[in-house]
Write a protein that binds this ligand. Structure first.
Ligand code: ATR
Length: 275
């Protein structure tokens, strides 16, 4: 019998996840289906429970339900606990397992597809909401020289740093973890990641000149259109990356958790870029 998977979100109609997982299934010969399911804003847990009753084996979770998925899971991976959010659920005999593959998806895209080694680098992470929180620990595990979290509301960036040092037994491998507002930025960075919602609104966070080091990479978690941040970075001479690779890599990690098989991501990224 074909195993069922789904992604829950609201809105969900434009999700690329069904295409990605269909491509993974075809490539690896796995017998599964994957659909996009719209959950009512006040009915996420009920929608997941119904899908589980109907025989669903696992699910992805996207905006705005990742925190609710975290609360719903009976067991959590360390990275889900650190993120305070879950994007992948696996329905197991002994309960619902919650994982978060967003951070590792970003790191895999940066290090694998974009060829940027993160060890010893100076990284600037813009934003302190859910998108930023999900990637702090996986970035620190790459042992950068520094991870600076900058946010419009600086207090939220400080809070994120205070939380990030909490997970026991997961030292920051010597990385300096700092936070502040945009006025506190100084020096140049090898990698600047936009995890703010500014791109959605067509806004550019107030970035100083000289932000990008020689050969720096500017990465916007958003994809599908050029953003003010990427235009700014390109004009400053930086290399640019969008979030499409991260989307495919987080999906590959979820697929691997469910099926025990790791799909190749490059052909699927190419497929989506061509579409
Ligand atoms: P998400 O879950 O996508 O991270 P969020 O939790 O609403 O969404 O967080 C949005 C982030 O984008 C916040 O860091 C927000 O900054 P504030 O905490 O100061 O609100 C940031 N953000 C949104 N619009 C922005 C803008 N125009 N310039 C800079 N940062 C912006």
């Amino acid at each position: 019998m074909t195993d069922r998977y789904a992604v829950f979100g609201n809105p969900i109609a434009h999700s690329k996840s069904p295409r990605i997982h269909a491509a993974f299934a075809q490539q690896t010969g796995q017998d599964l289906s994957y659909e996009a399911l719209l959950a009512p804003l006040d009915g996420f847990a009920a929608a997941v429970a119904e899908f589980q009753r109907e025989g669903g084996r696992g699910a992805n979770v996207t905006v705005p339900f990742k925190e609710q998925a975290f609360a719903l899971a009976q067991r959590l991976s360390p990275r889900a606990r650190a993120a305070g959010a879950v994007n992948t659920l696996k329905f197991e005999a002994d309960g619902v397992f919650g994982d978060n593959t967003d951070g590792v998806g970003l790191v895999d895209d940066l290090t694998g597809n974009l060829g940027l080694a993160l060890a010893g680098r100076r990284i600037l992470l813009m934003g302190a909401g859910g998108a930023a929180r999900g990637v702090v620990l996986p970035l620190l595990e790459q042992a950068p020289a520094e991870l600076f979290i900058v946010n419009r509301t600086a207090a939220k960036a400080y809070e994120l740093v205070a939380q990030a040092s909490l997970p026991a037994g997961r030292p920051a491998a010597g990385a300096t973890l700092t936070a502040g507002g945009y006025d506190d930025l100084s020096g140049s960075f090898d990698l600047v990641i936009n995890a703010t919602a500014a791109s959605l609104a067509g806004d550019l966070p107030p970035l100083p000149a000289g932000l990008f080091a020689e050969g720096a990479l500017a990465y916007d978690m958003m994809y599908g259109r050029d953003t003010p941040f990427l235009s700014f970075a390109r004009a400053a001479g930086a290399r640019c990356g969008d979030g499409l690779g991260m989307l495919v890599e987080q999906a590959a990690e979820a697929f691997c958790l469910w099926r025990g098989v790791r799909p190749a991501t490059a052909p699927v990224i190419a497929l989506l870029r061509a579409a």
